[in-house]
Design a protein around this ligand. Structure first.
Ligand code: HSE
Length: 308
């Protein structure tokens, strides 16, 4: 086998209260990547989209991941990758993670799946480090594994897959760019104990809610008293959006990753669509262009769609 095509999904990191430790995969949007195995140590990149991302392997998220796999293979092989991005960089729905995870899964597949899923996550995290300066895995892990992931620890890596209920996800991406590095820089370095206690309660409540399919508990636990109050100022209309989406029936939601996308969880498709309608009304009124996705939790993660 010399060539593989994968679909690499968008992700919602943090899931509101779980900053850097929780994430879920989306059924849409997803990037399409074709990766070919070469018999020489070289990484060649082609972009088949409008985003003009760098094609030098060392500066490209998928490129650094493929270089790290190549080095692990003692530079005996290389890769040629064609990337067709549908997840806009800087959107907050895991664009860089999709490139990194898609490259890592495809490379492993071409090599006969010799690496464990933890090792594939480690390779992919090299790409996330290039993109945001930090090796966080809350986009990478759900992108690779599908469903909902808990990153209990990065050093050593300890990822726990959490059973994902059949929830619908509505995402609005206002067309402004928020760089993850900027959105991390504005965060306070210290947390009050009373806020930490609230956050711990919400994280435990959210995970329990997912495991027990307890939608009310999920809704009550979708609260962030630490990160959201700081970051939400970067997102026009955020407070109004949240109130109106909940009035339309959403269980709850918040900033997707580091923003500017905002996501909401709903029990059924008609509510998820009504939430999307409310989101479009808010941004029409503010006068900012936007994209909306009404989708579900993707339980497969990066998917191999063909190989030859
Ligand atoms: N957990 C990261 C953050 C995700 O919120 O900064 C970035 O996509």
């Amino acid at each position: 086998m010399k060539k593989v095509k994968v679909h690499s999904p968008g992700t919602v990191a943090n899931i509101v209260c779980g900053f850097d430790i929780l994430g879920l995969a989306l059924s849409e949007p997803y990037d399409v990547m074709e990766v070919m195995l070469l018999d020489r140590p070289e990484v060649i990149i082609h972009n088949r989209d409008i985003f003009n991302l760098p094609t030098e392997a060392e500066k490209n998220v998928a490129g650094v991941v493929l270089l790290s796999v190549m080095e692990r293979m003692n530079n005996t092989i290389g890769f040629e990758v064609t990337v067709e991005k549908h997840i806009k960089p800087g959107s907050g729905i895991g664009s860089s993670a999709a490139s990194a995870a898609g490259a890592a899964v495809a490379a492993n597949y071409l090599l006969g799946n010799i690496f464990s899923s933890d090792e594939v996550v480690q390779f992919a995290m090299n790409g996330e480090k290039l993109a945001s300066g930090v090796k966080h895995a809350d986009n990478i892990a759900p992108c690779i594994l599908g469903g909902i992931s808990l990153i209990r620890s990065i050093h050593p890596l300890d990822i726990v897959s959490i059973p994902a209920p059949d929830l619908f996800v509505t995402v609005v991406h206002p067309q402004i760019e928020v760089r993850t590095s900027d959105a991390r820089q504005i965060l306070k370095q210290q947390v009050l104990l009373k806020d930490a206690i609230k956050q711990w309660g919400n994280i435990a409540g959210l995970v329990t809610g997912f495991m027990k399919n307890d939608y009310d508990l999920i809704g009550r636990s979708l609260e962030d008293v630490i990160i959201e109050p700081v970051r939400s100022i970067l997102i026009p209309g955020f407070d109004e959006l949240k109130v109106k989406c909940k009035e339309a029936g959403a269980l709850g939601g918040g900033i997707s990753g580091s923003g500017p996308s905002v996501f909401m969880l709903s029990k059924d498709e008609s509510t998820a669509k009504a939430v999307g309608h409310v989101m479009s009304q808010v941004y029409e009124q503010i006068g900012i262009d936007y994209n909306i996705y009404v989708t579900t939790i993707n339980k497969k993660g990066v998917e191999v769609v063909s190989s030859e």
